[in-house]
Design a protein around this ligand. Structure first.
Ligand SMILES: NC(=O)c1ccc[n+]([C@@H]2O[C@H](COP(=O)([O-])OP(=O)(O)OC[C@H]3O[C@@H](n4cnc5c(N)ncnc54)[C@H](O)[C@@H]3O)[C@@H](O)[C@H]2O)c1
Length: 315
């Protein structure tokens, strides 16, 4: 049974999970945070560590290591458990290992009586979110993944740097798989309400388009670059998850490119992929259908095919 306190249950207290937890605490996003991990001792240590920061925190939060039964009254169960990507390994390589991890998580969460929203970060995130949906039997509006939310943040940052505009005034999305087949629908990219493609043209056209391609490639390769340098990525995703959590708990109706089940949008169905969605206390209020060009539609369908193939034969 859900109550009026804002409660998050986090499964997987590794680098991603704890970056999320640390960010939740620093931003005072929830009132209660329960940490669950197959390594109970690790969860206990993390709870102690965070609790010792409460004296310096702007808000109070009840933080403890718990069990799956503690999910019963949570608003959100965030899943960050799994195996981290190794250097050179694609996200799809991780799939088999992480699918069996999820069997041991989603069922006990559902059995606890949990009636909130699943928020998934484990890679390959689009497929892991679809697995969570299948295993839980929840309405797909209440099962979402971080999708291309982080990639979109990286895109806005890089465009802001290149065009010398505050990223908050750059409106552009990364869509499709959170992975190698993701793409930027440039026809939909704006600075305020000015289409970014309108900046190209004339003598500078090639330079402009090459710069946009360089930015898109950099976004796509960002995770590989960070993993090569420091083995894992976690702060950015922790903050992205925190922002999505705020949108859910605050019933914001904010737009994020999360991994959502498509049911006819973009001519796709029965696949989870990163698309702009309106997020509120019920999860995905609605998927936004953008007017993609024919070429962009092809890229999106190709990405969905990759995700569909990845899911086949897993469960
Ligand atoms: N979606 C994104 O944008 C994004 C970004 C970065 C990383 N990730 C993914 O997040 C996941 C976690 O990465 P990490 O760096 O935190 O890994 P990590 O190894 O630091 O942490 C994983 C945690 O999961 C726990 N765990 C493993 N099996 C479990 C089970 N059956 N039940 C409960 N807990 C279990 C481990 O004990 C560990 O604490 C990976 O799949 C990684 O690829 C996603």
């Amino acid at each position: 049974m859900r109550t009026d306190k804002r409660k998050v249950a986090l499964v997987g207290t590794g680098m991603v999970g704890m970056s999320y937890a640390y960010s939740l605490l620093n931003q005072g996003v929830c009132d209660e945070l329960v940490l669950i991990d197959i390594n109970r001792k690790r969860a206990e240590g993390e709870a102690m560590d965070l609790n010792h920061g409460l004296a310096f925190s702007a808000s109070h939060m009840k933080i403890y290591a718990g069990e799956y039964r503690d999910c019963s009254d949570a608003d959100i169960v965030a899943i960050c458990a799994g195996v981290a990507q190794k250097p050179g390994e694609t996200r799809l390589d991780l799939l088999k290992r992480n699918a069996s991890v999820f069997q041991s998580i989603v069922q006990p969460v559902a059995e606890s009586g949990f009636n909130g929203i699943f928020l998934v970060a484990t890679n390959p995130v689009d497929i892991m979110t679809r697995i969570t949906y299948s295993l839980s039997g929840f309405n797909p509006k209440r099962v979402l993944g971080s999708g291309t939310a982080l990639d979109t943040a990286r895109l806005r940052y890089l465009l802001g740097e290149s065009l010398r505009v505050d990223p908050r005034n750059v409106h552009a999305y990364v869509m499709g798989e959170h992975g190698d087949s993701e793409f930027v629908p440039w026809s939909q990219a704006m600075i305020a309400t000015k289409p970014i493609l309108s900046l190209c043209g004339g003598e500078e056209d090639m330079v402009c388009r090459e710069e946009l391609k360089r930015i898109e490639d950099e976004v796509r390769g960002a995770a590989y670059k960070i993993i090569e340098a420091k083995q894992a990525t976690y702060y950015g995703i922790g903050m992205a998850l925190t922002r999505i959590t705020r949108a859910i708990l605050g019933d914001e109706n904010s737009v994020f490119t999360v991994s959502a089940m498509l049911r006819g949008e973009y001519g796709q169905s029965e696949v989870y992929a990163g698309v702009p969605c309106i997020i509120n206390k019920n999860g995905i209020q609605r998927v936004l259908s953008l007017d993609l060009t024919e070429e962009e539609k092809k890229q999106f369908h190709k990405s969905c095919d990759t995700l569909r193939e990845g899911f086949e034969g897993i469960l």
